[in-house]
Design a protein. Structure first.
Length: 191
């Protein structure tokens, strides 16, 4: 009975570790998250406008660096969380570049150039960047830090996949970016 339980637990851990997704590597050896989406029913100008609306709706984390009639280049950042038991806190910041290109009937986008900046708690209890020096996400960690570095890579993949899903959903729907509220002027002459 003991052996069957041990074998069952061993197989379960092997299966769970095999299900963990990781970034692919491009021809330069950098991590990349690449998607091609078929979109026959949308015009390319509509897709560019919706992508621009998505970037403006997420202006705190995404900034457009270059825009043409068929492509958009942007830079962004994601906050990587670390959860211990129930309590979570930010453990670092993931910076990346996003490229978006459109052709008739399909579009593609990819996120690459991932760099990580670890956070630490300052004297006021806020989590701030530990250093200004960024570490490429594809860098191999030493034996002592390999476990925590793999956790950072897995959390980064999860965050990037969530961002990708939100981007695809936004491009598929006809949502409009919220219009800024008009300022009301107060007249003191009528009362």
């Amino acid at each position: 009975m003991k052996y069957t339980l041990a074998i069952f637990l061993l197989l379960l851990t092997i299966e769970l570790s095999a299900q963990e997704k990781q970034f692919s590597k491009d021809e330069n050896g950098k991590f990349i998250y690449y998607k091609v989406v078929d979109s026959q029913n949308l015009d390319k100008s509509v897709l560019i406008d919706r992508a621009t609306d998505f970037f403006s709706a997420n202006k705190n984390s995404l900034k457009i660096t270059e825009r043409t009639d068929t492509s958009i280049l942007a830079t962004g950042k994601l906050i990587i969380d670390k959860t211990v038991l129930v309590v979570g806190h930010p453990s670092g910041e993931l910076n990346y570049n996003l490229s978006f290109q459109v052709k008739e009937g399909k579009y593609r986008y990819w996120l690459t150039d991932f760099t990580y900046i670890p956070y630490q708690r300052d004297r006021y209890g806020n989590f701030v960047a530990k250093t200004n020096i960024t570490t490429p996400l594809e860098k191999q960690a030493d034996k002592l830090n390999s476990g925590s570095w793999k956790d950072v890579q897995a959390a980064a993949y999860t965050k990037v996949a969530k961002l990708s899903d939100a981007f695809k959903k936004y491009l598929a729907t006809d949502k409009k970016a919220p219009l800024p509220a008009k300022e009301k002027t107060i007249s003191t002459k009528k009362w």
